[in-house]
Structures are given as C-alpha cells and as structure tokens.
Design a protein around this ligand. Structure first.
Ligand code: PEP
Ligand code: MN
Length: 636
C-alpha cells in the first residue's frame, strides 16, 4: 500500500508509522517526491489500511493494484535514476553500454574498451561467466575475466557490468562489477535474484526468453524486495515463431513497461537480432521508442570472437551508431550520457577545482518546469539543485556573486532566431565563460487545471513565441479563444493554476504541467515539429585548460570589432578559411554608447582546439577588439 504523509508531519509520527509497519512484517520504503512524501509498504501480512489512515500524520492510504509493488509507477511517479559511479541511467538521458560478448584476453578487452570509450560508450560490458546453450562452447574466463574487465574499465574510466549466473559467485563479483547483469536465462532464478538484490548494488535485469512483461516486472520486484532499488530493465528479444532473427525484439515493450514502472528500461538489439547489420537500426528504434539506453556487443575481430561474433558490431559501425544516436537524442528530448559528464558537481574532487566557493546550484531563467530547466536536467542531473531567476541578467548576476556554479541560458531558437539579450550580456560580462551547449526540442502542450475540458477554454496564455508557434493548432481548435501573451511559458501555467482558472489553458512544456500537478489536454501542438532551442552553459571558470581536458572542444564563441574600412572583416574570415575553421554564426550587434558601431558575435567550428589557439594571435592582429567567450564541445 501507499501511505501518503501529511506535508507537516512530525518526525516522531513518521518514525512511529514506520515502526508499526515494520513490526507487522512490512518492507517500508520512504519516497520523497517533488509533490509529496510517501511510504511504500509491502509484505505478506495484511494490516487494515483504515487503521493506518487513522494514525497521526497520515493523509491517505492507497492500495497498489499491481502484483509488483516496489517496481510500480503507482508507488513512485518519478523516474528512478540508476547510478554507476558518475554515470546515470534513466530520466532525460541515453546511456550506451558496449563491449564484447565475453572477455577473452587482456589485450582483447583493453583494445575494445578503448574503442567503445572513444566512440562514446559510458559503461563497459563483457561476460566472464557465460551461460551457453552448449556445454562444449566457451564458458568464460571466470574471476580472471572479471579482473581483466575491471582493469580495462579502470584504465578508461568506464564503470563495468557482467553477468552473474550463480548465487555463490555474488560475493566475489561484487568486488569487481559496478552493476550485476542477470541474463535472460536466469530472469526467474529467484534464489539468484534474492542473493543479488541483497547487495543493494545496481542490477541490469534482462527479460527472459519467453517472459511476459508482468513476469519480468515480478523478477524486478524480487530484486527490490531483497534490498536494491537500483534496477535497470533490459528488453533483449523474446522467442516467437519467427526465425529470420535470433529472437524477436519487442520494441513495444519499451513504452509499455515505462508506463508501468519507474525503473529505467533499455534495449539490447544484439541478442534480439543476432545479426550485425540489424543491430544499429534496431538500436535507433529502441531509442525512438523511449528506451533510456542500449547495450550492444562490439568486437574488433568478430570472425575470431569466442562467442556471438556474428552479432557484434565492428568498432566503425559502433562509431556511426553513436553519431546517429546523438542526432536522434534531441528528437526524443534526451541527452546522450557522457564521460566525463558535463556536471562536475557530482564528482566531488573536481568541483572544488572548478569553481572555488560557488554553491552547487545551476541558475536558469523562468519558472520551475521551464524549457530552460529541462536543458539543465538534460545536461546536469535530475537531482541537481536549481535557482530559477526572473531575468537573464539575474542568471549572470547569480554566477558573478558566486551564488551558483553554472547558468543555463538560451542563445538561439530554430524558429525565433538568436536571443540577442544573452549574447549582449556575454559581451558585457567578459568574466563569464561559455563552457558548453545543449539543444532541447520544444514540444508544446495545452495545459489546464484538473477537470477543465476543451469546450470550457476561453483564454489561452503563453509566451508570445509559444502562441505563435502553435498558431495552426489554435486557429483550428480555438479560433474564438483569446490569446494572451505572458512573460514565460511555465509562468503562464503557474498563473492559471494560482488563479484557479477553469476557463483557461496555458501553452508550455510538459515538465511545467508535472510541477504544477495539472492536466495536459493535447501534446505536440506546435506547427513545426523541428523546433529546437540551443542553450549555453555559462560559468565563472577561468582556467580553460582545466575545462578543455574534459571533453573534445570543437567550437568557440567570440566577439570582435574590426576597423571601419573596406575588407577588414574579410581578413578575419580568411584566417578561418586558412585554418579550416567553419563559421557557424555571425551576428552584428550595436555597441552601447557608440552609435553606428557594431560588435560581431561569431561561432566557429574546428577539428581541435589547438587549431584555434594557433591562430588566435593572427585574429587579434586583424581586429580592433577581441573577446573569446569560450571554447566548448559542440552538442547540437
Ligand atoms: C549477454 O548479454 O551476454 C547475454 C548472454 O544476453 P542474454 O542473457 O540476453 O541472452
Ligand atoms: Mn552475447
């Protein structure tokens, strides 16, 4: 049952309820959500829910209708994010797990680890205990395989996962792996599930060869009831009458399961198809279907692989797949998980070096649930502390006063163009650096207070851009409703909620509806679905060298002024051309106090940051002023 606690419950009452439940044989999980705190209580005994409802501090008791309880969305509405060191699986991110089917030798795992890491995988896989169909097939290197896998993971900064096949191996495996893998053949090996669950460690739970979704979730329940809440589900194909592929990938399981559980769901297109050329298209379809990541087998000499060679991607195929995934991410409004993640705040030893005393908070403009906050969640983490600011200027001020460590500001929208105020603020505050970027797909929703129906709507509130971007939908369905401009989209949602308007709707992103506990009447109502906003991450980080070592910087933002004479800008452009740098953006902005003089805001793309640094002096020589706002990794 779900016990919803009153907002102002005293700690002593909370402890009393917990003790009462535990004394009666229940497992109790406290779940602190954005809206409410609940106790999830599961167990064999049956207390009368009404007796719990009468206890001090309890607001309501709701039974869980599904047979799986701890794994159910009914119990926990927010997505669970599973953490392996500094890598997260779930929420707004796509995590890619890659590696060979089995660890075969030190050289093999080292080579492949480097290749998958360079291409962008964040977790290394490799079997050490292989459950093979034939007893005469390679059975894995056992503990030696785990040692080698860990060595490779450590060498390339990748957390590792490997399959556990027997309860007796659990203690030794827990010393090596960051996440246990339960294979398809063991999904209902309940003794194994209990033993692994007891460790409290992350577990990747494959779907059984012929398991229903409910049986799969019941297996997750076993793990959770035994002591872990870090479970990742993995669809890997099921057995059907079809023989063209090794198994039949059940893509529809992804959205179905994601609705039923808060646990992240990923897909394994390698074991699902068994055919190398089918792996990449199916990986993309899994992600398009809402998977939080994929697990793929990669081998640099698949013809000699000791297991699953025919389904292993070649490293160059894997690289191509990673690029395709990166291109697909913004369509499903997710960010590709990277190592190191952009977010040093979760890596404690780094954060001190990055921004001395600034607080561990990210500032953005707008209300909670704004698209800017979505950008923060995609780049940083779901739990990152945020500071919503009223204006863009306030974001810059919070940074400069060291109230926050980072700011996230929009710079450009594919329909609306450049957000000039922000590039002007960058010019004004030369100490603020651009440290990274991300793009967010803008999906608009028609949001109303609970109970409001389409026919009740007389007024529609949103940012003028939001109203303009949904014009076709509004003309078609709400021709007679007033369109009322508001200062921001999420703000419009809060406003109609606060005023309890039963004749109004607001247009905003779905997180705004979630934060305000409101209803979405229609989603994807924007006229042009190719609607993206690009955001900059800004920081007070002066030590660029330190930052550069983190990613692969291939873009720079700068402002220049050039002499008021013929051909002066051309000379700068020639330097770009000579160094093979591609200019992505050029904006001319008036200079305050100097009528008819302009500053040029430029973005260039290059192969390596050293190319830019080698020609900085040449650029300076051809300009009358030059500010490098930042060098960062392109992410759009
Ligand atoms: C594996 O991932 O190594 C594996 C054996 O997969 P499955 O359990 O899905 O067959
Ligand atoms: Mn395999």
């Amino acid at each position: 049952m779900i016990i919803i606690l009153k907002k102002d419950i005293a700690d002593t009452d909370k402890a009393k309820i917990k003790k009462h439940l535990k004394d009666n044989g229940y497992i109790v999980k406290e779940i602190v959500g954005k809206e409410e705190t609940v106790f999830g209580a599961v167990g064999l005994s049956r207390l009368d829910p009404r007796s719990i409802e009468l206890m001090e501090g309890v607001s309501k008791v709701i039974p869980i209708s599904k047979p799986y309880k701890l794994a159910s969305r009914e119990l926990k509405k927010e997505d669970t994010i599973v953490k392996l060191k500094n890598v997260s699986i779930g929420g707004n991110r796509i995590a890619v797990i890659a590696g060979p089917c089995a660890v075969e030798s030190e050289e093999q795992i080292m080579r492949i680890a480097k290749k998958v890491r360079d291409a962008g995988a964040v977790i290394l896989r490799g079997g050490a205990y292989k459950p093979r169909t034939s007893p005469y097939s390679f059975q894995g290197l056992g503990e030696e395989g785990l040692r080698l896998l860990k060595k490779a993971g450590d060498a390339y900064g990748l957390p590792i996962t490997s399959e556990v096949v027997s309860p007796k191996d659990v203690p030794v495996m827990s010393k090596y792996v960051d996440m246990f893998q339960i294979g398809a053949r063991n999904m209902q090996n309940f003794e194994l599930l209990k033993e692994v669950g007891k460790t409290g460690m992350p577990v990747l739970l494959k779907r059984g060869l012929s398991a229903t979704i409910e049986e799969w979730l019941m297996a997750a329940e076993y793990l959770m009831a035994s002591g872990t809440d870090q479970v990742v589900l993995c669809e890997r194909g099921i057995r059907t009458f079809e023989k063209a592929t090794r198994n039949t990938l059940d893509c529809s399981a992804i959205p179905v399961v994601q609705k039923l559980t808060h646990l992240p769901v990923i897909g394994d297109p390698s074991h699902a198809t068994g055919i190398r050329d089918m792996v990449s298209p199916m990986a993309l379809s899994l992600i398009a279907g809402g998977a939080s990541g994929i697990m793929v087998e990669v081998h640099d000499h698949p013809e000699c692989a000791l297991s699953d060679g025919p389904q292993s991607l070649l490293p160059e195929q894997f690289e191509k797949l990673m690029r395709d995934i990166e291109a697909l991410c913004p369509v499903v409004n997710k960010a590709l998980e990277k190592i190191p993640r952009f977010v040093p705040s979760t890596i404690k030893e780094d954060s001190a070096a990055l921004t001395d005393k600034a607080e561990d908070i990210v500032a953005f403009q707008g209300e909670r649930g704004a698209f800017s906050e979505l950008a923060v969640r995609m780049l940083f983490s779901e739990e990152e502390k945020v500071k919503p600011c009223e204006t863009f200027r306030a974001v810059f001020d919070a940074l400069r006063k060291k109230e926050v460590k980072y700011g996230v500001i929009p710079v450009e929208n594919t329909l609306g163009g450049t957000i000039y105020e922000n590039i002007d603020l960058l010019r004004l505050h030369k100490d603020v650096r651009v440290a990274g970027e991300i793009q967010v797909r803008i999906i608009h929703n028609l949001i109303v207070n609970k109970g409001v129906k389409s026919e009740d709507i007389r007024k529609i509130y949103s940012h003028p851009q939001g109203l303009a971007q949904c014009k076709e939908y509004l003309d078609r369905h709400f021709e007679r409703a007033d369109r009322i401009p508001f200062f921001d989209t999420a703000g419009a949602v809060t406003y109609i909620k606060k005023e309890k308007m039963m004749d109004a709707a607001a247009i905003a992103g779905s997180p705004a509806a979630k934060y305000n506990d409101m209803e979405i009447l229609a989603t994807g109502i924007e006229t042009d679905p190719k609607n993206y906003t690009r955001f900059y991450v800004i920081s007070m980080q002066d030590n660029l060298e330190e930052f550069l070592s983190r990613g692969k910087p291939d873009m720079a933002a700068m402002s220049i002024t050039v002499a008021d004479e013929s051909g002066s800008l051309l000379k700068v452009l020639e330097i770009f051309k000579k160094n093979n740098m591609n200019m992505k953006k050029l904006e001319s902005r008036p200079i305050l106090g100097r009528p008819w003089e302009y500053s040029l805001f430029i973005e260039v793309e290059f192969e390596k940051a050293s190319v830019l640094y080698s020609c900085l002096d040449d650029i300076k020589a051809e300009t009358t002023s030059f500010v490098l706002h930042g060098v960062f990794e392109k992410n759009h």
